[in-house]
Design a protein around this ligand. Structure first.
Ligand code: C2O
Ligand code: CU
Ligand code: CU
Length: 545
């Protein structure tokens, strides 16, 4: 396996003394956030699963030599089946949580960090009070009790902090974990399970000469996000999985702050995709590669049948371009420029097995939204992405609690059409007029121009993984106008047929999605999942009422 240099050229150290240097004033916008009281356990709630997650400082060995100081979730099960919580031994990654649809879950989140925090269950459909809203942040020493029903279908979900202007740094220090939800529809398929189902969380990190996490507190990081020198899998470097020559299910989550991966096998074996963010596809799809942006998940079947003992298959991030401005690509302070090929992990056949298994023709049923289901067919809700100098905006506005705009008010139990696109407004102009009129969006030759083109906005255009809290959405349409050659390196890697909660919007792309806002009233965030962008204000809220 190729060795990746480990000397960070930027080397901002997360030491005890240095931590204060990335406070809100240096990093984000420094807005104070109103607080609600920490939620307490309710006697009326009788949990099937109860667990405690402690956010704490710890040390773990990642590189040879000195251990690395990290922040992590340490968990223990209070009540429920033993497989509800599985620690990731010897790694900073939080325990794998495994729930079943219909279960009642209570999670006691205890903050033993030196600063405020709050946790969000990315992809789970829960009430606002259980969603990890930044106003629910708790101080050191406090506990927030979450109680919710698992309403989601089977799938892989993601828990991570959602602390106001501190999400990127808290996730970077190690606070992240995966959730797997099971249901009857999926169990009936008898997909590879137990040792043959492997969750893989991919993250990139940089280390200083003392093996400590390094984070670039510089302009490039604030503008384009953090890009590390090494790809870690489940909190470890150079991961090799020993496998038997039989089918496996690999469940991959991109837990990186900003890096986008192009998953492909080194011998060009096509990928068999069976699911995405919100669970199984209707039918397996075969792709040469899959693009995986921060917070996206992909469920792969890999059949090692027929591969000889000792043979290896390596998952790479393959070569691509066009998702970052060339200028940013050159300035990137990482030894692992985004878009260059590098290995992620290797599977090595070490056991023989006679188990064979083929995925059934039909994996699941997804009820497609029809036109009649959609409340605003002629008037889609805009999500205009603006990235101009230091302004990271959605619909021309930065994040502000209690700043709900008319198009952000949504009737509960309605299904809405949403259009996501890049705005080409004036630099940091931020007016609501820009791109807000739907007529302008429809006709707009000006706004639909080549994103890779000339001018400041073209130079600034990059891909943004847009995430909406609450129920998963369906992608109705993805259109593109721009640099076809660059687009050709990514276009086959979007799995748009499944249920999604995070979608990559490449430069020049325009997407239409349909999303249900069911069951719960309240404030639900939507934002860019490039965590540096999120913290810089590329986040807004819908008020479901
Ligand atoms: Cu995974 Cu609002 O985030
Ligand atoms: Cu989320
Ligand atoms: Cu972004």
């Amino acid at each position: 396996m190729q060795r990746i240099g480990h000397v960070s050229r930027r080397g901002f150290l997360f030491g005890a003394g240095a931590a204060a240097a990335i406070g809100a004033s240096a990093y984000g916008q420094g807005h104070a956030m109103r607080r609600i009281a920490p939620n307490r356990a309710s006697e009326a709630f009788d949990p099937d699963v109860e667990l405690e997650l402690i956010c704490k400082r710890d040390e773990t060995s990642i590189l040879t030599g000195r251990p690395t100081r990290v922040w992590r979730y340490a968990g223990h099960l209070i009540k429920g089946p033993a497989n509800a919580l599985t620690e990731t031994p010897g790694a900073y990654l939080g325990p794998l949580l495994r729930f079943s649809k219909g279960q009642k879950v209570r999670i006691r989140l205890r903050n033993e960090l030196p600063e405020e925090t709050i946790t969000h269950w990315h992809g789970l459909h829960v009430p606002m009070l259980m969603d990890g809203h930044p106003t629910a942040a708790i101080d050191p020493g406090e506990t927030y009790v979450y109680e919710f029903d698992i309403r989601n279908r089977a799938g892989m979900y993601f828990y991570h902090p959602h602390t106001h202007e501190k999400t990127a740094t808290q996730v970077y220090r190690g606070l992240a974990g995966a959730i797997i939800v099971e249901d009857e529809e999926e169990r009936a398929l008898a997909l590879p399970s137990g040792a043959f189902e492997i969750p893989l969380v991919i993250q990139d990190r940089s280390f200083d000469d003392d093996n400590q996490l390094a984070y670039g507190d510089d302009m490039h990081t604030r503008m384009f996000g953090f890009y590390g020198d090494r790809a870690l899998v489940n909190g470890r470097c150079n991961v090799t999985l020993d496998v038997a020559n039989r089918p496996y299910r690999l469940r991959i989550l991109n837990g990186s702050n900003a890096r986008i991966y192009k998953l492909c096998w080194d011998d060009r074996t096509p990928l068999t995709v069976i699911g995405v963010d919100g669970g199984l596809l209707e039918k397996a799809e075969t792709r040469p590669y899959v693009m995986l942006a921060p917070a996206e998940r992909v469920d792969l079947l890999v059949d090692f049948t027929g591969r000889p003992q000792g043979s290896k298959l390596t998952m790479l991030s393959g070569e691509f371009y066009g998702l970052l401005p060339p200028m940013a690509q050159r300035m990137m302070g990482s030894n692992l420029p985004m878009g260059e090929a590098f290995p992620l992990f290797t599977a090595r056949v070490t056991e023989t097995s006679s188990d064979s298994w083929k995925p059934p023709e039909k994996l699941s049923t997804i009820r497609r939204f029809r036109e009649a289901d959609i409340a605003n067919l002629d008037n889609p809700i805009p999500i205009a992405i603006t990235m101009a100098h230091m302004a990271m905006l959605l619909n021309g506005r930065p994040y502000g609690h209690d700043d709900i705009q008319p198009h952000e008010r949504i009737p509960v139990d309605s299904t809405q059409l949403i259009e996501i696109f890049h705005e080409r407004g004036g630099m940091g102009q931020g007016g609501m007029g820009q791109g807000m009129g739907m007529g302008m969006m429809g006709g707009g030759g000006m706004m639909r121009g080549r994103m890779g083109g000339m001018g400041m906005m073209g130079m600034m255009s990059m891909a943004h993984p847009i995430h909406l809290h609450g129920q998963q959405f369906q992608i109705i349409e993805r259109s593109f106008e721009g640099d076809e050659d660059a687009y050709a390196t990514i276009r086959e890697g979007f799995i748009d047929g499944g249920l999604k909660d995070t979608v990559l919007v490449a430069p020049g792309e325009r997407l239409r999605i349909a999303k249900r806002f069911g069951d719960f009233k309240g404030r639900f965030m939507y934002h860019c999942h490039n965590l540096e962008h999120e913290d810089a204000g590329m986040m807004r809220e819908f008020s479901v009422e």
